[in-house]
Design a protein around this ligand. Structure first.
Ligand SMILES: Cc1ncc(COP(=O)(O)O)c(C=O)c1O
Length: 365
């Protein structure tokens, strides 16, 4: 029997082991900017919410509590101008990575289907297509697709790794093109709240779809916006029919967000102040790292939003990764995200202020 894993690429982070050891050997300790893992506290109100329902012995609902779904609809309306979303068209997920990895399978895609992913992309889009036995096509434009009719198109704005934002016009064109061909468009919006030099727009914004949600899904995560990566908290929403399909399969498969996490999510989605505080932290760190990189031989491309700086010295990505590791700074080579990333590195904003200052000092040495 062929294992599912045998069709998957090597786990990219494993190849960082050697440079990781070099960075960790720095006398001042490592500054790890290679993974976008939050380092700031989980807000007290969220921890209280988690604890407040720790004595519920029964199974939780796969669909999430009505309060959680309502909170998600409210957050998208207040924070991102999304109107017309049905409460029942919200489905909590165990973080968004599992949904990304299983979505093509959950929607019934298989051999013969094509999944379009960005040229430079979060690796799990490819993994999800391969787990379903579908084909992967990397493309950033509809022109590049030619006459093909894929089953599903992934969008990711702001992008991991480049920080690029897709404008309303671009989103609208993709949605129109997909709608004419019955193609599902899924927008991974886990960095939507982190716009710096441009304002990211949800695929569910009325200016994009003109009031018709058919064939559209948006994937959201609370990992970065509310420091809840360890809780595993996300949701998917959009076309009520597609969400109902996902709910039906996930009920059978036991893909349920734990009840205490549902409560924590409900509180987090209502707390715009905590989100603003977190944004300020990332904005400060971004300014320090951006200046330090630009002052010391790097060019930064895109990066107008999101949690990363997409930086280059116009040399091979691994040369840059090694050079930085020798200064105790760990970053990810752009090749983790696609062949076109071979001359960039991805620098995450997720380190403490103290570590970010240390990185800036070392870059200037
Ligand atoms: C683009 C993108 N999508 C999804 C995820 C998954 O996030 P989580 O599973 O924590 O919600 C990440 C995590 O870094 C990401 O960068």
């Amino acid at each position: 029997m062929r294992s599912a894993g045998s069709s998957l690429p090597d786990f990219p982070w494993d190849s960082l082991a050697e440079v990781k050891a070099v960075a960790h050997a720095h006398p001042g300790g490592v500054v790890d900017l290679s993974v976008g893992t939050p380092v700031d506290p989980v807000p007290a109100a969220i921890r209280d919410a988690l604890a407040s329902v720790s004595d519920i012995p029964g199974y939780p609902q796969t669909h999430g509590t009505p309060e959680l779904r309502e909170a998600a609809v409210g957050a998208l309306r207040r924070r991102h101008g999304v109107e017309g979303l049905e409460r029942d068209a919200v489905l909590p997920t165990i973080g968004s990575k599992e949904l990304v990895a299983w979505l093509p399978r959950l929607l019934g895609l298989g051999p013969g289907d094509t999944v379009v992913i960005p040229e430079l992309a979060y690796p799990t889009y490819e993994v999800g297509a391969l787990l379903a036995g579908a084909q992967v096509l990397r493309a950033d434009s509809l022109l590049a697709l030619g006459p093909q009719r894929p089953a599903l198109i992934w969008l990711n704005s702001p992008s991991n790794p480049t920080g690029r934002v897709l404008g309303v016009e671009h989103l609208r064109k993709v949605v129109e093109w997909a709608r004419e061909r019955g193609v599902v468009v899924v927008s991974d919006e886990c960095y939507l709240a982190l716009g710096w030099e441009s304002e990211p727009v949800s695929v569910l914004h009325p200016s994009v779809h003109g009031g018709d949600l058919t064939g559209l899904l948006a994937v959201h995560s609370l990992s970065k916006s509310a420091n809840l990566a360890s809780y595993r908290a996300g949701f998917v929403t959009g076309d009520p029919a597609l969400v109902a399909e996902l709910l039906a399969v996930r009920k059978h498969a036991g893909m349920i967000v734990p009840r205490p996490v549902q409560e924590a999510m409900t509180v987090a989605l209502a707390d715009d102040e905590a989100l603003a505080t977190q944004r300020e932290r990332y904005a400060r760190r971004r300014a320090v790292l951006q200046k330090a990189l630009q002052d010391n031989g790097f060019r930064i491309d895109h990066s107008e939003a999101g949690l990363y700086l997409w930086a280059t010295r116009d040399e091979d990505a691994w040369v840059t990764v090694r050079r930085l590791a020798e200064r105790g700074i760990l970053v990810a080579p752009g090749t983790f995200y696609g062949p076109r990333g071979n001359r960039h590195v991805r620098v995450a904003l997720t380190a403490t202020d103290e570590r970010v200052e240390a990185a800036a000092e070392r870059l200037a040495e």
